[in-house]
Write a protein that binds this ligand. Structure first.
Ligand code: NOJ
Ligand code: CA
Length: 702
C-alpha cells in the first residue's frame, strides 16, 4: 500500500523514529533472510517527501514491500504514478529488492553561478533535496532526489562500503528505473525512435504516449491538463545512455545501451549514475525557460576557459552536401588552398571568425563511410597547404576550423589523437568539428557496408570515447563540436570546451535526406533535442531550392525562417551554411546573419506550442541589444509579442526581417520584407508568419 498524496509528511515522522526503525528493519531483514520468506513489511513502509521551493512539485519516495518507488505530483495532481527504482548487478543481484529506507538527509540550496558562455550569464540553482540511504542490512545504496521549481532529478549512488570490499568491479545488467505516466492515451508525446544504429537523426513523431515503443530522450509530452514534461538525463559520464522502453501502456523503463558483451555498465564501488531528469512546466515555453539540466552537472573542471570562444563561421561544407564538390581528391575537391583562401577573404569581409574545412586530410577517397580505418588526421591532401592557409588566416584575423571525420573508427582516431590535436594547435586552430558517421547494422555484427561495429554510439564505451576527445583537446586549448555525438546531457558546464554538438537531424538533410526536414521539425527541436544543450544545426541557407522548387530536396522554409533559426536554435557557434555566392546576392538579408551574436546574457522563450510555433528573445552578452526569433510550422500564424523583455525607458530601433505578404515555403519562399520601427518595452509587435515562415528582429539600443 502506498500512502497517497498529500498525506505523507514523512520526513518529520522519519526523523523522529529513525533509530527505532533501523533496529526493526535489520531484525526484519535478517528474519526474512533466515526463513527464506519474502519480506513484506507493509506495516513499516516508510515514505519521505521533498517539495520544490515553490511547493508546486512534490516527490515521494517509499520503500513499500521492501521495494523503493517514487511518484511525483504537480499542483496536487499525479504526473508520475508510483514507479520502480533499482539497479541489477552481476555480482550483487538486485539493489532495490528487499531494501528499505534506513536514513534520510535533507538539504536546501539557493545559489547563482555564472556560465563562461551560454544562453544566459547567471544561472540560479535553487532546490530542496533528499538523500535516502536504502539498506538490506548487508549493503547500502543511496537514492538522491532534487526538487527544483522547473522539475526534478534523481540518481543512484553506490558508495564504497565494508560489504563491497571483496568486489573490485561491479557490472550492471539492468536499471529498473521506471517513469509511469498516468493516462497515456490522453497524453501527447514528441519523440524519436530509440532503435537502430544510433545517430538521433530522425524526424519527430507526434503520437499519444502509449504509441511509443522505444524513444530517445529528451522525450517531451503534454498531459490532458496541459502540463508539459520532458524526460532526459544529466551528467552522462562513464555510464551507458538511457533509452525509454515502454512495456505496459504508460510504463517507460530506463533501458541502458549495452556493451557488445551484453553488460550495460562496467563500474566499481563508489560510483553514481547520471541524473534522471524530468522537466515539468505549466506550458510549453516553461520547458524552454529552464536550467535544470545544467544545474545537475558538475561545475567547470577546466579552470580558466577564456580561450573557449563563441562565434560564427563559414566553411567548405554545403558544396559537398550538394554534390558540387567532393570531400575526396579530384577535380571537384573542395578543400584546396585557393578555395580556403577565398572563404577566408569572404569571412574577413563579412565579420566571421572561422572557416571550417572538411575533406582536407587523406582518407576520403573511395567511399568515405567505409574508410574509418584509413583516415589520416595529420596528412593533408597535396592541394591543401596547411602552413600557407594558417598564415593567410592569421593575416586576415580569421581562424581555420579543424575537421576530423572518423566514420566511426574510434580506435584509429584515438591512436592519432595527440598528433592530430598537436598539429592543429601548432597552426592556431582552436575549434575542431568531429564526426562519427557509422550507419547500419547491429551490434557486433557486420553492417550492410561490410564493417564490423562493436560498440553502440550511445553505450558506455562511446560515452567515454567522446569525452576523451574533449579532455585531450582541452589540454591544447581546443574546443570540440561533435557530430553524430553522444546525446548532450549538459556536460558543457563541466567541460566548457565541448562547445556544440549535432545529435539531431540538421540542415544537411535538406540537401540529400529523403524526405528532407519538414516544416514542423524546427518547431519541435526547441522543445526536445534543444532542452539538452546547444546544437550545431547550421542554419542560413539562402538558396532554398538549388535543384528547383519542384525537387524533393530543398529547404522547406521561407528565407526569413532561416534567419529566425539563429535566435531560436541556440548554439555558441553558428554557421552561415550556404555558399558565399548565395549571400552576396542577398546582402540585405545577410546583414542579420552578420549582426546576430552567438553569446547571450539572457534568453526568454516568450511564446510557443510544441510542434506549432516558438518565439525566443535573447539579449546580447556585453551589450544592450536584444534579438528575437519566431518561427512556425506549415501553418501561417499571427503572433503578438509583448516587448516587456526590453529595458524599461530605453528606445530601440527594431530591424525587422519578416515574411512578405505572399510568402509561403512551398511556392514563394523568397518573399521577404526588411523594415525598421522605433519601439520601447511598452510596445507589442504583431508578427505575421507565413507557412513555414519566420521573423527575425534585432532591437538595436538607441
Ligand atoms: C556528417 C556531419 O553531420 C556533416 O556535417 C559532415 O559534413 C559529414 N558528416 C562529413 O564529415
Ligand atoms: Ca550528421
Amino acid at each position: 500500500m502506498t500512502p497517497s498524496y498529500p498525506q505523507t509528511t514523512a520526513l518529520s515522522r522519519h526523523t523522529q523514529t529513525k533509530a527505532k526503525f533501523n533496529k526493526q528493519l535489520i531484525a526484519l531483514t535478517c528474519a526474512a533472510a533466515l526463513s527464506g520468506l519474502v519480506l513484506t513489511n507493509t506495516a513499516h513502509a516508510k515514505t519521505v517527501n521533498v517539495t520544490s521551493p515553490d511547493s508546486h512539485i512534490d516527490i515521494s519516495l517509499s520503500d513499500d514491500n521492501g521495494r523503493p518507488e517514487y511518484q511525483i505530483h504537480f499542483n496536487g495532481k499525479p504526473v508520475i504514478s508510483p514507479s520502480k527504482l533499482g539497479l541489477v548487478f552481476v555480482q550483487l543481484g538486485e539493489l532495490g529488492s528487499e531494501f528499505t529506507i534506513k536514513n534520510v538527509t535533507r538539504n536546501s540550496v539557493d545559489q547563482t553561478w555564472q556560465q563562461p558562455w551560454g544562453e544566459r550569464e547567471n544561472i540560479r540553482d535553487h532546490y530542496n533535496s533528499i538523500v535516502a540511504t536504502l539498506s538490506n542490512g548487508k549493503l547500502d545504496f543511496d537514492i538522491e532526489f532534487k526538487a527544483f521549481n522547473d522539475g526534478i532529478g534523481f540518481r543512484y549512488v553506490v558508495p564504497k562500503q565494508a560489504g563491497l570490499t571483496s568486489t573490485a568491479k561491479l557490472d550492471i545488467t539492468d536499471e529498473l528505473t521506471e517513469f509511469v505516466i498516468p493516462n497515456p492515451q490522453l497524453t501527447t508525446a514528441w519523440w524519436i525512435p530509440g532503435r537502430g544504429w544510433n545517430r538521433y537523426e530522425y524526424l519527430y513523431r507526434t503520437t499519444t504516449l502509449d504509441k511509443i515503443d522505444r524513444a530517445h530522450t529528451p522525450m517531451t509530452f503534454r498531459t490532458a491538463d496541459g502540463v508539459h514534461l520532458s524526460i532526459h538525463e544529466a551528467a552522462l559520464t562513464d555510464y551507458a545512455a538511457m533509452v525509454l522502453n515502454q512495456g505496459r501502456d504508460g510504463t517507460l523503463r530506463a533501458d541502458l545501451t549495452p556493451w557488445s558483451d551484453g553488460i550495460r555498465v562496467k563500474t566499481q564501488p563508489g560510483f553514481s549514475t547520471p541524473w534522471r531528469t524530468i522537466q515539468i512546466a505549466n506550458d510549453a515555453p516553461g520547458l524552454l525557460n529552464s536550467d535544470l539540466i545544467l544545474n545537475l552537472n558538475e561545475p567547470n573542471k577546466l579552470g580558466d576557459v577564456s580561450w573557449v570562444q563563441p562565434g560564427k563561421y563559414v566553411g567548405i561544407w554545403w558544396g559537398m552536401h550538394l554534390n558540387e564538390n567532393t570531400w575526396g581528391s579530384g577535380p571537384k575537391h573542395g578543400a584546396t588552398t585557393s578555395e580556403t583562401k577565398r572563404y577566408m577573404d569572404f569571412a574577413a569581409q563579412y565579420g566571421f571568425d572561422g572557416v571550417l574545412v572538411e575533406g582536407w586530410n587523406e582518407g576520403w577517397d573511395g567511399s568515405w563511410f567505409h574508410n574509418g580505418d584509413v583516415f589520416s588526421f595529420t596528412q593533408a591532401y597535396p592541394d591543401f597547404d596547411i602552413n600557407a592557409i594558417s598564415q593567410y588566416g592569421k593575416s586576415k584575423n580569421v581562424r581555420l576550423i579543424g575537421h576530423h571525420e572518423t566514420s566511426g573508427s574510434v580506435t584509429n582516431y584515438r591512436n592519432q589523437m595527440s598528433d592530430a590535436y598537436d598539429l592543429y594547435k601548432k597552426h592556431g586552430v582552436t575549434q575542431v568539428k568531429t564526426g562519427y558517421v557509422a550507419d547500419g547494422g547491429d551490434i557486433n555484427r557486420v553492417d550492410e557496408n561490410g564493417i564490423i561495429r562493436h560498440e553502440w554510439h550511445d553505450g558506455q564505451f562511446m560515452v567515454n570515447e567522446y569525452l576523451h576527445s574533449v579532455t585531450e583537446a582541452a589540454k591544447r586549448g581546443i574546443s570540440i563540436n561533435t557530430h553524430e555525438p553522444i546525446k548532450d546531457t549538459g556536460l558543457r558546464r563541466t567541460y566548457p570546451n565541448w562547445i556544440a554538438r549535432e545529435g539531431a537531424r540538421g540542415q544537411e538533410f535538406n540537401a540529400w535526406g529523403s524526405p528532407p526536414n519538414n516544416p514542423e521539425h524546427t518547431a519541435i527541436l526547441p522543445f526536445t533535442r534543444m532542452l539538452a544543450g546547444p546544437m550545431d544545426f547550421t542554419p542560413g541557407i539562402f538558396n532554398l531550392a538549388p535543384q528547383g522548387l519542384d525537387a524533393e530536396n530543398r529547404v522547406q522554409t521561407t528565407l526569413t525562417k532561416q534567419l529566425a533559426l539563429y535566435v531560436v536554435l541556440y548554439s555558441p557557434i553558428q554557421m552561415a551554411a550556404d555558399l558565399p555566392r548565395n549571400y552576396v546576392q542577398r546582402l540585405d538579408a545577410f546583414q542579420f546573419i552578420q549582426d546576430v551574436p552567438t553569446d547571450w546574457s539572457d534568453s526568454i522563450a516568450v511564446a510557443g506550442e510544441v510542434g506549432d510555433y516558438v518565439a525566443f528573445a535573447r539579449k546580447q552578452r556585453g551589450a544592450e541589444d536584444w534579438y528575437l526569433g519566431a518561427l512556425t510550422d506549415e501553418k501561417p500564424r499571427k503572433l503578438t509579442v509583448k516587448l516587456e523583455f526590453l529595458t524599461p525607458e530605453k528606445r530601440y530601433e527594431a530591424q525587422i526581417y519578416r515574411d512578405g505578404k505572399n510568402a509561403d515555403w512551398l511556392t514563394n519562399p523568397y518573399d521577404y520584407v526588411i523594415e525598421t520601427q522605433v519601439v520601447t518595452a511598452k510596445d507589442s509587435l504583431s508578427l505575421s508568419l507565413a507557412a513555414s515562415g519566420g521573423t527575425a528582429i534585432r532591437f538595436k539600443a538607441l
